[in-house]
Design a protein around this ligand. Structure first.
Ligand SMILES: [Fe+2]
Ligand SMILES: [Fe+2]
Length: 456
């Protein structure tokens, strides 16, 4: 009773604050997404993929709630405060990973957390129960993100680094103070904030970068698909090829981040759906990683995961053309030789993890086909035209196997026998000579590349 009798926030004030949380989550989603591609550290690529997805989900919930309290136009595309815009522009443009981490996890997310906590305290829990629920859910996931952020800065940011970033972190505080805090409940400081990192507008970097666990990123020396579809070969070693194919999917978030970042004119649900898929693809990569770890295979040394697909697409095609290629590849994964086949191989092998991962990978793919229908297919008169365009775009992509070799970018080393031997040791079996001798590369299968390297 005492809580319900507390007048709390009016609709006017409630909506004003919700729009600022909405703006903050939207900008966080933008930053997490835009910084996936060129960030070399594998864990950060994966973490940013998850956090972009979480932020997109909270944007969606907040938009819905504002829509329940106001008639359109809802004004959700309006920047609520020029200093908040500076605050997020500065973090987006942070020139180093360390500054980015500090800005996101030590400034932006804590400010948003404190704003949401105030909302929970200030609002009437009976009258404003639906907003309260949205805020509480958001707080749960912000706590998860902050935990990841704390571990990240403990690992990456030392005192010297923190000191070098000191002025800039002060600038972020100033921007928030000038905005009257993230929720605008304090008196604005009145101080003018001098732009630092965002003085020249941020430019998205489309070139994927990888850390030292990807020592041979142009290696296309082991053709996973020819092996996988060879009926004469047994299922156990095929699980290794599937873990390789999954882990290679690191390139899909790298590529999807470019589509999402460079496509600016879509309704919000487009960004939400595409970011969900981006996160699924990051999960697929981690499934591959877990599969190798489970077999005690040192994948960074033994398995050469390349970045050739995201590199080629991001630097050779326009955003809609990249989406066309993604759609073209994914619609090819649904028939017999696609996801069902991979799941059956997992089942036939004696690796329960492989079967489980392929089961969920297949289910995710059904969702991705739906996302493709909703957001790509609709741009065309009919489905055939959409597929044809995807085929054309993919055919234009230059994957120059021989050129990379002569330029010394890679030797396309056949890493397969080594990995297979390690797995046999783990399984306690003798290597099968036919499996051990496998040496088909991606060089001669250019014509089929469109089906074969499709890792999405
Ligand atoms: Fe995938
Ligand atoms: Fe997919």
């Amino acid at each position: 009773m005492p809580e319900a009798m507390n007048p709390g926030l009016s609709i006017e004030e409630c909506v004003r604050r919700l729009k600022r949380y909405h703006y903050a989550f939207k900008r966080l989603h933008q930053i997490f997404t835009a910084r996936i591609t060129a960030e070399p550290i594998y864990e950060l690529k994966m973490g940013f993929s998850l956090h972009a997805h979480l932020c997109a989900e909270h944007v969606t919930a907040l938009r819905k709630r504002v829509g329940e309290m106001r008639e359109p136009p809802l004004g959700l595309e309006v920047v609520p405060d020029a200093n908040l815009e500076i605050f997020f522009d500065e973090i987006l443009a942070a020139p180093t990973t360390e500054e980015l981490i500090l800005g996101l996890y030590e400034k932006a997310l804590p400010a948003l957390q404190s704003a949401l906590e105030h909302h929970v305290q200030d609002t009437n829990p009976l009258a404003d129960a639906p907003s309260l629920r949205v805020c509480r859910f958001a707080l749960v996931e912000i706590a998860d993100m902050l935990k990841f952020g704390a571990q990240t800065s403990a690992a990456l940011v030392d005192e010297a680094c923190r000191e070098r970033a000191g002025d800039w972190l002060g600038l972020l505080d100033d921007a928030l103070a000038a905005a009257g805090a993230l929720d605008g409940t304090k008196t604005p400081s009145g101080k003018t904030v001098q732009l630092q990192h965002s003085a020249t507008p941020y430019q998205y970097d489309p070139v994927p970068r990888r850390d030292e666990r990807f020592p041979d990123p142009f290696n296309m020396g082991v053709n996973a698909e020819v092996f996988l579809y060879d009926e004469k070969l047994p299922p156990e070693p095929k699980t290794l090829m599937m873990f390789y194919k999954r882990l290679r999917e690191v390139d899909v978030p790298e590529m999807m981040a470019s589509i999402i970042t460079e496509t600016t004119d879509k309704p919000w649900d487009y960004y939400r759906d595409m970011t969900r898929q981006l996160w699924d693809e990051a999960r697929h990569a981690m499934m591959g990683e877990v599969g190798f770890a489970n077999l005690e295979i040192d994948w960074p040394k033994k398995v050469m995961i390349n970045h050739t697909w995201s590199l080629a697409l991001n630097t050779q095609l326009k955003p809609i053309e990249r989406h066309a290629v993604l759609y073209f590849i994914e619609q090819g994964l649904m028939p017999k030789n696609g996801k069902r086949f991979e799941w059956e191989v997992g089942q036939a092998s004696h690796n329960p993890l492989s079967a489980l991962f392929q089961d969920y990978d297949w289910a995710d793919e059904v969702l991705h086909a739906r996302i493709g229908r909703d957001w790509y297919l609709k741009e065309f008169a009919n489905a055939q035209e959409a597929v044809k365009y995807g085929d054309e775009c993919w055919s234009r992509v230059l994957m120059n196997w021989e050129n990379w070799r002569t330029r010394g970018l890679t030797q396309h080393r056949n890493w397969w026998p080594d990995v297979y031997r390690d797995a046999c040791k783990h399984w306690g079996v003798e290597p099968d000579p036919q499996v051990l001798a496998y040496c088909t590369t991606y060089q001669t299968v250019r014509a089929d590349l469109k089906e074969l390297t499709g890792s999405a």
